[in-house]
Design a binder for this molecule. Structure first.
Ligand code: GUN
Ligand code: ZN
Length: 427
Protein backbone atom coordinates (compact mmCIF):
# COMPACT_ATOMS: atom_id res chain seq x y z
CA UNK A 1 0.00 0.00 0.00
CA UNK A 2 1.02 3.62 -0.44
CA UNK A 3 0.22 6.83 1.41
CA UNK A 4 -0.25 9.84 -0.85
CA UNK A 5 0.32 13.19 0.87
CA UNK A 6 -1.07 16.38 -0.70
CA UNK A 7 -4.17 18.55 -0.90
CA UNK A 8 -6.87 16.20 -2.18
CA UNK A 9 -9.96 18.08 -3.29
CA UNK A 10 -13.26 16.56 -4.39
CA UNK A 11 -17.00 17.29 -4.54
CA UNK A 12 -18.75 13.94 -4.27
CA UNK A 13 -22.26 15.24 -3.56
CA UNK A 14 -24.25 17.32 -6.03
CA UNK A 15 -23.53 21.03 -5.34
CA UNK A 16 -26.79 21.97 -7.08
CA UNK A 17 -28.39 20.17 -4.15
CA UNK A 18 -26.21 21.28 -1.24
CA UNK A 19 -23.04 19.24 -1.91
CA UNK A 20 -19.78 20.90 -0.85
CA UNK A 21 -16.14 20.80 -1.65
CA UNK A 22 -14.12 18.56 0.64
CA UNK A 23 -10.41 18.17 1.27
CA UNK A 24 -8.13 15.53 2.70
CA UNK A 25 -4.47 15.73 3.56
CA UNK A 26 -3.63 12.11 2.88
CA UNK A 27 -4.99 8.97 1.23
CA UNK A 28 -3.96 5.38 1.86
CA UNK A 29 -4.21 3.43 -1.41
CA UNK A 30 -4.08 -0.34 -1.80
CA UNK A 31 -4.89 -2.53 -4.79
CA UNK A 32 -5.87 0.53 -6.77
CA UNK A 33 -8.50 1.78 -4.34
CA UNK A 34 -8.65 4.27 -1.47
CA UNK A 35 -8.48 2.39 1.82
CA UNK A 36 -8.40 5.32 4.22
CA UNK A 37 -8.46 9.13 4.08
CA UNK A 38 -7.48 11.67 6.72
CA UNK A 39 -4.60 13.53 8.32
CA UNK A 40 -1.11 12.42 7.35
CA UNK A 41 -0.12 11.79 10.98
CA UNK A 42 -3.11 9.47 11.49
CA UNK A 43 -2.46 7.46 8.34
CA UNK A 44 1.24 7.25 9.16
CA UNK A 45 0.58 5.94 12.62
CA UNK A 46 -1.97 3.38 11.44
CA UNK A 47 0.28 2.28 8.52
CA UNK A 48 3.82 3.05 9.67
CA UNK A 49 5.57 0.82 7.14
CA UNK A 50 3.97 2.18 3.99
CA UNK A 51 5.88 4.54 1.71
CA UNK A 52 4.71 8.16 1.47
CA UNK A 53 4.47 9.90 -1.92
CA UNK A 54 4.83 13.68 -1.65
CA UNK A 55 2.29 15.58 -3.78
CA UNK A 56 2.15 18.64 -1.55
CA UNK A 57 2.75 21.26 -4.27
CA UNK A 58 -0.52 22.33 -5.94
CA UNK A 59 -3.72 20.25 -5.72
CA UNK A 60 -4.72 16.66 -6.40
CA UNK A 61 -8.10 16.22 -8.12
CA UNK A 62 -10.12 13.12 -9.04
CA UNK A 63 -9.35 12.02 -12.60
CA UNK A 64 -11.54 13.96 -15.02
CA UNK A 65 -14.53 12.34 -16.72
CA UNK A 66 -15.18 13.58 -20.27
CA UNK A 67 -18.79 12.69 -21.06
CA UNK A 68 -18.62 13.55 -24.77
CA UNK A 69 -15.61 13.56 -27.07
CA UNK A 70 -15.04 12.43 -30.70
CA UNK A 71 -11.79 10.52 -31.14
CA UNK A 72 -11.61 10.90 -34.98
CA UNK A 73 -11.74 14.69 -34.69
CA UNK A 74 -8.55 15.21 -32.71
CA UNK A 75 -6.63 16.63 -35.65
CA UNK A 76 -9.27 19.14 -36.73
CA UNK A 77 -9.62 20.99 -33.43
CA UNK A 78 -9.67 24.69 -34.14
CA UNK A 79 -11.68 24.95 -37.36
CA UNK A 80 -13.41 28.15 -36.35
CA UNK A 81 -16.07 30.28 -37.94
CA UNK A 82 -18.66 27.73 -39.06
CA UNK A 83 -22.04 26.76 -37.58
CA UNK A 84 -22.65 23.07 -36.85
CA UNK A 85 -23.99 21.77 -40.17
CA UNK A 86 -21.37 23.63 -42.27
CA UNK A 87 -18.61 22.59 -39.87
CA UNK A 88 -19.68 18.95 -40.18
CA UNK A 89 -19.69 19.11 -43.97
CA UNK A 90 -16.46 21.01 -44.46
CA UNK A 91 -14.27 19.96 -41.54
CA UNK A 92 -15.42 17.09 -39.32
CA UNK A 93 -16.83 14.62 -41.84
CA UNK A 94 -13.97 14.81 -44.39
CA UNK A 95 -11.58 14.05 -41.52
CA UNK A 96 -13.77 11.20 -40.25
CA UNK A 97 -13.66 9.66 -43.74
CA UNK A 98 -9.84 9.54 -43.52
CA UNK A 99 -10.19 6.95 -40.75
CA UNK A 100 -11.10 4.37 -43.42
CA UNK A 101 -7.31 4.06 -43.65
CA UNK A 102 -6.43 1.89 -40.66
CA UNK A 103 -2.89 3.20 -40.35
CA UNK A 104 -4.22 6.74 -40.20
CA UNK A 105 -6.84 5.64 -37.64
CA UNK A 106 -4.18 4.01 -35.43
CA UNK A 107 -2.15 7.21 -35.44
CA UNK A 108 -5.18 9.27 -34.45
CA UNK A 109 -6.08 6.76 -31.70
CA UNK A 110 -2.56 7.02 -30.28
CA UNK A 111 -2.61 10.82 -30.29
CA UNK A 112 -6.11 10.85 -28.81
CA UNK A 113 -5.33 8.56 -25.87
CA UNK A 114 -2.12 10.47 -25.17
CA UNK A 115 -4.10 13.71 -25.32
CA UNK A 116 -6.66 12.49 -22.79
CA UNK A 117 -3.95 11.51 -20.33
CA UNK A 118 -2.10 14.79 -20.77
CA UNK A 119 -5.33 16.60 -19.94
CA UNK A 120 -5.87 14.52 -16.79
CA UNK A 121 -8.89 12.69 -18.21
CA UNK A 122 -9.04 9.13 -16.92
CA UNK A 123 -12.61 8.17 -17.92
CA UNK A 124 -14.43 9.10 -21.12
CA UNK A 125 -17.53 8.40 -23.16
CA UNK A 126 -16.06 8.52 -26.63
CA UNK A 127 -17.77 8.86 -30.00
CA UNK A 128 -15.92 6.29 -32.09
CA UNK A 129 -15.52 6.19 -35.85
CA UNK A 130 -17.82 5.12 -38.68
CA UNK A 131 -15.38 2.25 -39.42
CA UNK A 132 -15.21 -0.84 -37.21
CA UNK A 133 -11.45 -1.27 -37.66
CA UNK A 134 -10.88 2.31 -36.46
CA UNK A 135 -13.00 1.62 -33.36
CA UNK A 136 -10.87 -1.48 -32.75
CA UNK A 137 -7.82 0.77 -32.96
CA UNK A 138 -9.23 3.07 -30.26
CA UNK A 139 -10.00 0.23 -27.85
CA UNK A 140 -6.65 -1.45 -28.58
CA UNK A 141 -4.82 1.79 -27.73
CA UNK A 142 -6.85 2.71 -24.64
CA UNK A 143 -6.94 -0.74 -23.00
CA UNK A 144 -3.24 -1.25 -22.29
CA UNK A 145 -2.85 2.37 -21.19
CA UNK A 146 -5.45 1.83 -18.49
CA UNK A 147 -8.09 4.37 -19.50
CA UNK A 148 -11.74 3.81 -18.67
CA UNK A 149 -13.30 4.16 -22.11
CA UNK A 150 -16.89 3.62 -23.14
CA UNK A 151 -17.15 3.86 -26.92
CA UNK A 152 -18.67 2.36 -30.02
CA UNK A 153 -19.17 2.38 -33.76
CA UNK A 154 -20.80 5.60 -34.98
CA UNK A 155 -23.67 4.82 -37.34
CA UNK A 156 -25.63 6.83 -39.91
CA UNK A 157 -27.61 5.79 -42.97
CA UNK A 158 -28.61 9.08 -44.62
CA UNK A 159 -27.62 12.65 -45.48
CA UNK A 160 -23.90 12.34 -44.70
CA UNK A 161 -21.30 11.69 -47.42
CA UNK A 162 -21.68 8.18 -48.88
CA UNK A 163 -18.45 6.77 -47.48
CA UNK A 164 -19.73 7.27 -43.92
CA UNK A 165 -23.06 5.47 -44.40
CA UNK A 166 -24.08 2.00 -43.32
CA UNK A 167 -27.28 -0.05 -43.21
CA UNK A 168 -29.33 -1.10 -40.18
CA UNK A 169 -28.20 -4.72 -40.61
CA UNK A 170 -24.52 -3.91 -40.97
CA UNK A 171 -24.66 -1.46 -38.06
CA UNK A 172 -26.10 -4.20 -35.83
CA UNK A 173 -23.68 -6.91 -36.96
CA UNK A 174 -20.54 -4.79 -36.74
CA UNK A 175 -21.62 -3.28 -33.43
CA UNK A 176 -22.27 -6.70 -31.94
CA UNK A 177 -18.92 -7.99 -33.11
CA UNK A 178 -17.13 -5.01 -31.54
CA UNK A 179 -19.08 -5.35 -28.31
CA UNK A 180 -18.25 -9.05 -28.10
CA UNK A 181 -14.59 -8.20 -28.47
CA UNK A 182 -14.36 -5.21 -26.12
CA UNK A 183 -17.38 -4.76 -23.83
CA UNK A 184 -16.29 -5.69 -20.30
CA UNK A 185 -12.68 -6.23 -21.30
CA UNK A 186 -10.79 -4.57 -18.44
CA UNK A 187 -12.07 -1.00 -18.14
CA UNK A 188 -13.59 -0.87 -21.62
CA UNK A 189 -17.31 -0.85 -22.38
CA UNK A 190 -19.48 -0.56 -25.46
CA UNK A 191 -21.70 2.40 -26.36
CA UNK A 192 -24.30 2.14 -29.11
CA UNK A 193 -23.78 5.38 -31.05
CA UNK A 194 -26.27 6.67 -33.64
CA UNK A 195 -24.62 9.93 -34.79
CA UNK A 196 -27.81 12.03 -34.52
CA UNK A 197 -31.31 11.44 -35.72
CA UNK A 198 -30.71 13.82 -38.63
CA UNK A 199 -28.46 11.13 -40.16
CA UNK A 200 -30.37 8.07 -38.89
CA UNK A 201 -33.54 6.55 -40.33
CA UNK A 202 -36.13 4.95 -38.07
CA UNK A 203 -34.89 1.53 -39.20
CA UNK A 204 -31.35 2.38 -38.13
CA UNK A 205 -32.53 3.69 -34.74
CA UNK A 206 -34.51 0.47 -34.35
CA UNK A 207 -31.40 -1.60 -35.01
CA UNK A 208 -29.53 0.53 -32.42
CA UNK A 209 -32.24 -0.24 -29.88
CA UNK A 210 -31.96 -3.95 -30.61
CA UNK A 211 -28.19 -3.85 -30.15
CA UNK A 212 -28.47 -1.79 -26.95
CA UNK A 213 -30.89 -4.37 -25.58
CA UNK A 214 -28.77 -7.32 -26.70
CA UNK A 215 -25.51 -6.06 -25.18
CA UNK A 216 -26.13 -6.16 -21.46
CA UNK A 217 -24.81 -3.06 -19.69
CA UNK A 218 -24.07 -1.20 -22.93
CA UNK A 219 -24.37 2.59 -23.05
CA UNK A 220 -26.27 4.72 -25.59
CA UNK A 221 -25.00 8.06 -26.75
CA UNK A 222 -25.99 10.59 -29.40
CA UNK A 223 -26.57 14.31 -30.03
CA UNK A 224 -29.64 16.34 -29.12
CA UNK A 225 -30.92 19.91 -29.70
CA UNK A 226 -27.50 21.36 -30.43
CA UNK A 227 -28.17 24.02 -33.05
CA UNK A 228 -31.37 25.71 -34.25
CA UNK A 229 -30.94 24.75 -37.93
CA UNK A 230 -30.26 21.15 -36.92
CA UNK A 231 -33.33 21.02 -34.66
CA UNK A 232 -35.55 22.39 -37.45
CA UNK A 233 -34.19 19.82 -39.93
CA UNK A 234 -34.79 16.95 -37.49
CA UNK A 235 -38.35 18.07 -36.78
CA UNK A 236 -39.03 18.14 -40.52
CA UNK A 237 -37.64 14.63 -41.00
CA UNK A 238 -39.73 13.12 -38.18
CA UNK A 239 -43.23 14.63 -38.58
CA UNK A 240 -44.67 11.91 -36.35
CA UNK A 241 -42.50 12.89 -33.39
CA UNK A 242 -43.33 15.53 -30.78
CA UNK A 243 -39.73 16.64 -30.39
CA UNK A 244 -36.10 15.83 -31.17
CA UNK A 245 -35.88 13.72 -28.00
CA UNK A 246 -38.97 11.85 -29.11
CA UNK A 247 -37.10 10.58 -32.21
CA UNK A 248 -34.96 8.57 -29.76
CA UNK A 249 -37.69 7.89 -27.19
CA UNK A 250 -39.94 6.25 -29.80
CA UNK A 251 -37.21 3.59 -30.09
CA UNK A 252 -36.68 3.21 -26.32
CA UNK A 253 -33.29 4.89 -26.55
CA UNK A 254 -33.88 7.28 -23.64
CA UNK A 255 -33.02 5.78 -20.26
CA UNK A 256 -30.59 5.86 -17.36
CA UNK A 257 -27.79 4.53 -19.55
CA UNK A 258 -28.27 7.23 -22.22
CA UNK A 259 -26.07 10.31 -22.58
CA UNK A 260 -27.12 13.05 -25.00
CA UNK A 261 -24.66 15.75 -25.97
CA UNK A 262 -25.62 19.47 -25.97
CA UNK A 263 -29.37 20.00 -25.46
CA UNK A 264 -28.89 23.73 -25.89
CA UNK A 265 -32.40 24.27 -27.30
CA UNK A 266 -34.74 21.91 -25.42
CA UNK A 267 -38.50 22.11 -25.16
CA UNK A 268 -39.92 21.96 -21.66
CA UNK A 269 -41.45 18.55 -22.41
CA UNK A 270 -38.03 17.23 -23.35
CA UNK A 271 -36.48 18.45 -20.11
CA UNK A 272 -39.25 16.79 -18.14
CA UNK A 273 -38.77 13.53 -20.04
CA UNK A 274 -34.99 13.61 -19.57
CA UNK A 275 -35.47 14.15 -15.84
CA UNK A 276 -38.03 11.34 -15.55
CA UNK A 277 -35.94 8.86 -17.52
CA UNK A 278 -32.66 9.41 -15.65
CA UNK A 279 -30.83 10.11 -18.93
CA UNK A 280 -27.84 12.47 -18.80
CA UNK A 281 -26.91 15.52 -20.82
CA UNK A 282 -23.29 16.26 -21.67
CA UNK A 283 -22.82 20.02 -21.64
CA UNK A 284 -20.05 21.01 -24.07
CA UNK A 285 -19.36 24.72 -23.51
CA UNK A 286 -16.36 25.42 -25.75
CA UNK A 287 -18.05 23.63 -28.63
CA UNK A 288 -21.30 25.52 -28.09
CA UNK A 289 -19.27 28.74 -28.14
CA UNK A 290 -17.00 27.91 -31.09
CA UNK A 291 -19.87 26.71 -33.29
CA UNK A 292 -22.17 29.46 -32.05
CA UNK A 293 -24.74 26.86 -31.00
CA UNK A 294 -26.05 28.84 -28.05
CA UNK A 295 -26.02 29.30 -24.28
CA UNK A 296 -26.80 26.13 -22.35
CA UNK A 297 -29.94 26.41 -20.15
CA UNK A 298 -28.38 24.83 -17.07
CA UNK A 299 -30.95 26.25 -14.67
CA UNK A 300 -33.78 24.54 -16.57
CA UNK A 301 -31.91 21.22 -16.53
CA UNK A 302 -31.30 21.43 -12.79
CA UNK A 303 -34.94 22.43 -12.16
CA UNK A 304 -36.10 19.33 -14.01
CA UNK A 305 -33.67 17.03 -12.20
CA UNK A 306 -31.71 16.30 -15.38
CA UNK A 307 -28.26 14.93 -14.75
CA UNK A 308 -25.65 17.18 -16.39
CA UNK A 309 -22.02 16.25 -17.01
CA UNK A 310 -19.24 17.98 -18.94
CA UNK A 311 -17.91 17.09 -22.39
CA UNK A 312 -15.05 18.53 -24.40
CA UNK A 313 -16.80 17.65 -27.70
CA UNK A 314 -13.45 17.66 -29.49
CA UNK A 315 -13.17 18.61 -32.36
CA UNK A 316 -16.16 21.03 -32.12
CA UNK A 317 -14.69 21.87 -28.72
CA UNK A 318 -11.34 23.57 -28.57
CA UNK A 319 -9.28 21.05 -26.62
CA UNK A 320 -9.34 18.02 -24.35
CA UNK A 321 -8.92 19.88 -21.05
CA UNK A 322 -11.92 19.81 -18.75
CA UNK A 323 -10.37 22.77 -16.93
CA UNK A 324 -11.08 24.84 -20.03
CA UNK A 325 -14.58 23.37 -20.34
CA UNK A 326 -15.29 24.18 -16.70
CA UNK A 327 -14.16 27.77 -17.14
CA UNK A 328 -16.22 28.17 -20.31
CA UNK A 329 -19.27 26.71 -18.53
CA UNK A 330 -18.78 29.35 -15.86
CA UNK A 331 -18.48 32.14 -18.47
CA UNK A 332 -21.64 31.07 -20.23
CA UNK A 333 -23.72 31.01 -17.07
CA UNK A 334 -22.39 34.48 -16.26
CA UNK A 335 -23.40 35.70 -19.72
CA UNK A 336 -26.93 34.40 -19.17
CA UNK A 337 -27.32 36.90 -16.34
CA UNK A 338 -30.35 36.19 -14.18
CA UNK A 339 -31.24 33.16 -16.30
CA UNK A 340 -27.87 31.52 -15.54
CA UNK A 341 -26.58 29.78 -12.45
CA UNK A 342 -23.55 31.47 -10.89
CA UNK A 343 -21.12 28.57 -10.75
CA UNK A 344 -18.50 28.15 -8.04
CA UNK A 345 -15.28 26.20 -8.37
CA UNK A 346 -17.00 23.36 -6.48
CA UNK A 347 -19.70 23.20 -9.18
CA UNK A 348 -17.02 23.08 -11.87
CA UNK A 349 -15.09 20.27 -10.21
CA UNK A 350 -18.25 18.29 -9.61
CA UNK A 351 -19.26 18.69 -13.27
CA UNK A 352 -15.82 17.55 -14.43
CA UNK A 353 -15.70 14.51 -12.14
CA UNK A 354 -18.54 13.06 -10.04
CA UNK A 355 -21.34 14.10 -12.38
CA UNK A 356 -19.54 12.48 -15.30
CA UNK A 357 -19.17 9.36 -13.17
CA UNK A 358 -22.92 9.45 -12.48
CA UNK A 359 -23.70 9.80 -16.20
CA UNK A 360 -21.60 6.72 -16.82
CA UNK A 361 -23.01 4.66 -13.95
CA UNK A 362 -19.69 4.81 -12.08
CA UNK A 363 -20.72 6.73 -8.95
CA UNK A 364 -18.59 5.73 -5.99
CA UNK A 365 -16.05 4.05 -8.24
CA UNK A 366 -14.48 7.11 -9.86
CA UNK A 367 -14.86 10.90 -9.74
CA UNK A 368 -14.27 11.25 -5.99
CA UNK A 369 -11.76 10.42 -3.26
CA UNK A 370 -14.01 8.36 -1.00
CA UNK A 371 -12.92 5.24 0.85
CA UNK A 372 -13.59 2.37 -1.56
CA UNK A 373 -13.26 4.54 -4.70
CA UNK A 374 -10.60 3.80 -7.26
CA UNK A 375 -7.54 6.00 -6.99
CA UNK A 376 -7.97 7.86 -10.30
CA UNK A 377 -6.29 11.22 -9.88
CA UNK A 378 -4.44 14.08 -11.48
CA UNK A 379 -1.82 16.14 -9.78
CA UNK A 380 -2.02 19.83 -10.68
CA UNK A 381 1.47 21.11 -9.93
CA UNK A 382 1.80 24.45 -11.67
CA UNK A 383 4.66 25.18 -13.99
CA UNK A 384 7.17 27.15 -11.95
CA UNK A 385 6.79 30.91 -12.30
CA UNK A 386 3.50 30.63 -14.19
CA UNK A 387 0.50 32.79 -13.33
CA UNK A 388 -1.09 29.73 -11.74
CA UNK A 389 2.00 29.14 -9.63
CA UNK A 390 1.90 32.74 -8.41
CA UNK A 391 -1.85 32.59 -7.88
CA UNK A 392 -1.75 29.44 -5.77
CA UNK A 393 0.75 31.07 -3.42
CA UNK A 394 -1.84 33.75 -2.71
CA UNK A 395 -4.99 31.89 -1.74
CA UNK A 396 -6.53 31.23 1.63
CA UNK A 397 -8.99 28.45 0.85
CA UNK A 398 -9.30 25.30 -1.21
CA UNK A 399 -12.26 26.88 -3.10
CA UNK A 400 -10.11 29.83 -4.12
CA UNK A 401 -7.22 27.57 -5.11
CA UNK A 402 -9.56 25.48 -7.22
CA UNK A 403 -11.00 28.56 -8.91
CA UNK A 404 -7.46 29.57 -9.91
CA UNK A 405 -6.82 26.09 -11.27
CA UNK A 406 -9.92 26.36 -13.50
CA UNK A 407 -9.05 29.92 -14.55
CA UNK A 408 -5.37 29.36 -15.30
CA UNK A 409 -4.61 25.64 -15.46
CA UNK A 410 -3.64 23.86 -18.69
CA UNK A 411 -2.34 20.44 -19.68
CA UNK A 412 1.16 21.69 -18.88
CA UNK A 413 0.20 21.86 -15.20
CA UNK A 414 -0.94 18.21 -15.05
CA UNK A 415 2.21 16.78 -13.57
CA UNK A 416 1.02 13.20 -13.06
CA UNK A 417 -2.01 10.97 -13.52
CA UNK A 418 -3.05 7.74 -11.79
CA UNK A 419 -5.73 5.27 -12.86
CA UNK A 420 -6.70 2.49 -10.47
CA UNK A 421 -3.66 3.36 -8.37
CA UNK A 422 -1.24 2.97 -11.29
CA UNK A 423 0.74 5.90 -12.56
CA UNK A 424 -0.20 6.49 -16.21
CA UNK A 425 2.28 7.87 -18.74
CA UNK A 426 0.94 11.36 -19.47
CA UNK A 427 3.99 12.92 -21.07
N1 GUN B 1 -23.87 16.33 -34.43
C1 GUN B 1 -23.65 15.26 -35.24
N2 GUN B 1 -22.35 15.01 -35.35
C2 GUN B 1 -21.72 15.91 -34.60
C3 GUN B 1 -20.33 16.15 -34.31
O1 GUN B 1 -19.43 15.48 -34.77
N3 GUN B 1 -20.08 17.20 -33.48
C4 GUN B 1 -21.05 17.97 -32.95
N4 GUN B 1 -20.72 18.97 -32.14
N5 GUN B 1 -22.34 17.76 -33.22
C5 GUN B 1 -22.67 16.75 -34.03
ZN1 ZN C 1 -20.39 15.74 -30.41
Amino acid sequence: MTIFHGTFVDVPENPFDGGRLRTAQALLVGEGAIVERGALADLRSSSPDEPVVDLTAGLVLPGFVDAHVHFPQLRIIGTLGLPLLDWLEHSALPEEARLADIDYARGVARDFVTGLLRAGTTTALVFGAHYAAAVDALFAEAGPRGLRITAGLVVSDRLLRDDLLTTPERAYDQGLELAQRWHGSGRLRYAVTPRFSLSCSDSLLESCAALHQHVDGSWLTSHLNEDRAEVAAVEKLFPGCDSYLDTYAQHQLVGARSVFAHNVHPRSTELAELGRSGASVAHCPTSNSALGSGLFPLREHVANGVRVALGSDVGGGTGLSLLKEGLQAYFMQQLLGEAGIPLTSAHLLHLATASGAAALGLTGQVGEFSVGSQFDALWVRPVEGSALDCGLRNVDSAEAALAKVFALGTDADVAAVWIGGQRAANR
